[in-house]
Ligand binder design. Sequence first.
Ligand SMILES: Cc1ncc(COP(=O)(O)O)c(C=O)c1O
Length: 208
Amino acid sequence: MATSPNWPKFALADKYDAIIAVDDCHATGHLGPKGRGTGALTGANVDIITGTFGKTLGGAMGGFIAGPQQAIDLLRQRARPYLFSNALAPAVAAGSLKALELADKADDLRATLMAHTRRFRAGLAEAGFDLLNGETPVIPVMLGEASKAQELAAALDKRGVYVAGFFFPVVPKGKARIRTQMSAALSRDDVDFAIGAFAEAGRELGII
Ligand SMILES: Cc1ncc(COP(=O)(O)O)c(C=O)c1O
């Protein structure tokens, strides 16, 4: 496997002849050249990639697994949402294929998305919110208790900002959060509106 020497974790896979599998749900569509994800960003030869159609690629349902034919053949027999359950509707699959095609050429949208991400992160941090570190457009606002995440989500809903709380068992106990996702379809004013709503609601609830 060809890996980048700048990424020691991937170099270890070379050393031990290990397979690299990456859950690229927070990267597909925006990280790396043409939005091709962590492998493209790091130069690592990723063997198996899982990604979602529900984030950068536009919010449709479902996701995908890309990998060697043997893995795909096995998953076609064993993967839960593929067999003994309804797989992706053809219209969603077609829409997602189009989203992948658009993402390939969307450097301008990626630049807008990353600018919004930096602006939103900076705005929330300045307001006093505790954010999970990272650079992707998926920005978790850490709140601790599930009730806080639910109260903040409700207060934001009243202000015209729709967000959903995440809490146990999706995340560990005491690490409830609201997970926000930036979008290139928003304007800068929209981003500022959301920051303002977070700040107001956060102050109202004594979170910041
Ligand atoms: C890291 C990670 N992997 C996988 C998933 C599952 O994605 P989906 O709910 O779109 O199937 C998520 C969803 O939030 C995620 O954050």
